[in-house]
Ligand binder design. Structure first.
Ligand SMILES: *Cc1c(COP(=O)(O)O)cnc(C)c1O
Length: 420
């Protein structure tokens, strides 16, 4: 996905038809800004490649769970992939349908299972025998049958950051490949489960198609064995994980990726099964930026710092994964450029947003932190009693506040002091 929804017009960064300067003035900073057109384009790239194929796309809610974002996808006919009962509530509030929603996650609580079963989700992606037992018990209690897919761990190296790689033996995720057949037998024997599919999710920010094809090959081999054992597999969920361009990565284009995976499944004789995709980052990552204002420039003996009003509390990815986000001045300036570490005001040395960036800026200038639509706002926190940023969605020449900026009093509204 390109960054074209966020481009310069006469030296000023715009989100679609709206100047980022006016957004910052109107709504304050730090400010998350999303582009409806960019969300729509990314969805259409997935959906377009699925036309005429037995395939469906479930938006991974955890990448960006703002109701307006989910609603844009719901209006386009999207399914959803959730990892908590809270995310199910968001999907329903945003106009998504339970029957198009799959429930993933390694530690589902019984209450979450109950709510999801009552709502009628499409499938539970289950990751262990104890989880099968719990789901079977919950379904029995409710007099229902729970649709189940097992998340298997194909043990392939997705060649991504260790913290976002999930398909290796050493990860906590999924049923070990060697145990999968026996686990399917166990699931099939449970009276209140209806085994319908298989899934895997090998990691995130994957920039090559090869690890997917390796995973698909292994999963298909397993599907054949499972069916020999007498359990019917109707769908294959290949997970999410397709990467985006943050810097100079060159991930496969969405449509090409989808077609390559579907072609492989067809070529191996499994074209009659439905294929699910669960993209998060590749749908929303480059559909958002984080606007921040430079508070101070602080020259140092070894480093210069640009201290900005956004922090690790707003965008955790650099602190968490040493992730790179491009940072650009909102207004192109004719000033001498210097190398800065762009840091926030939080009392942690880990509170940085970009390191060694060449920037022509002065205090008071605005910066745009790129590719912030995925795992941005959703990971934000109130550390240092910082209210979370506002979120705005631009649609053509209109800007809509889709989440109001938090106020300090909200942050301790649920707290009480001991009686006198
Ligand atoms: C996080 C996650 C996704 C989405 O991953 P992206 O890298 O954002 O595409 C999909 N499926 C599952 C099970 C996940 O945990």
């Amino acid at each position: 996905m390109t960054r074209s929804a966020f481009d310069y017009v006469d030296g000023v960064l715009h989100a679609e038809g709206v100047s980022a300067v006016s957004l910052a003035e109107q709504f304050g900073t730090p400010l998350y800004v999303y582009s409806r057109a960019a969300l729509t384009d990314a969805w259409n790239a997935y959906a377009g490649a699925c036309v005429g194929r037995r395939a469906s796309v479930h938006v991974a809610v955890k990448a960006n769970s703002n109701l307006a974002v989910l609603n844009v996808f719901a209006r386009l006919g999207a399914g959803f992939d959730i990892v908590s009962g809270g995310e199910l509530a968001r999907v329903l509030a945003a106009g998504g349908k339970a029957e198009n929603t799959v429930f993933s996650g390694v530690g589902k609580h019984a209450d979450e299972m109950r709510d999801a079963l009552a709502a009628g989700v499409k499938c539970f992606n289950v990751e262990s025998i104890p989880e099968l037992d719990r789901l079977n018990a919950v379904a029995a209690e409710m007099g229902k049958k729970a649709p189940v897919s097992l998340r298997v761990n194909p043990d392939v190296d997705a060649k991504t950051h260790p913290y976002i790689s999930t398909g290796l033996k050493s990860n906590k995720f999924g049923v070990a490949f060697e145990d999968a057949r026996a686990t399917y037998q166990a699931a099939a024997a449970m009276a209140n489960l209806d085994v319908i599919g298989i899934d895997c999710h090998i990691g995130s920010q994957i920039t090559e198609v090869a690890p997917y094809l390796d995973a698909v090959d292994k999963v298909l081999e397993l599907v054949e064995q499972i069916e020999q054992d007498g359990v019917k597999i109707r769908h294959i969920d290949v997970g999410g994980g397709l990467g985006i361009t943050y810097d100079d990565e060159t991930p496969p284009e969405i449509g090409e990726f989808v077609r390559t995976v579907l072609d492989r499944i067809e070529a191996r004789g499994h074209g009659h099964r439905e294929v699910y995709f669960e993209p998060g980052r590749s749908l929303v990552g480059n559909a958002g930026v984080l606007l921040t204002r430079v508070e101070f420039l602080k020259p140092g003996a070894e480093k210069n710092f640009a201290i900005v009003d956004a922090a690790m509390t707003d965008l955790a990815r650099p602190a968490m994964y040493e992730a790179y986000h491009a940072i650009d001045p909102v207004v192109e300036r004719n000033l001498p450029a210097h190398v800065y570490d762009v840091v926030g005001p939080v009392c942690e040395s880990g509170d940085w947003l970009g390191r060694e960036r060449l920037l022509a800026v002065e205090p008071g200038d605005l910066l745009a932190i790129r590719s912030a639509g995925a795992y941005g706002f959703v990971m934000s926190s109130n550390y240092n009693t910082r209210p979370r940023a506002a979120e705005v969605m631009v649609d053509g020449t209109q800007a809509h506040v889709v989440r109001a900026r938090e106020e300090v009093r909200q942050l301790f509204a649920g707290e009480t002091i001991l009686p006198a």
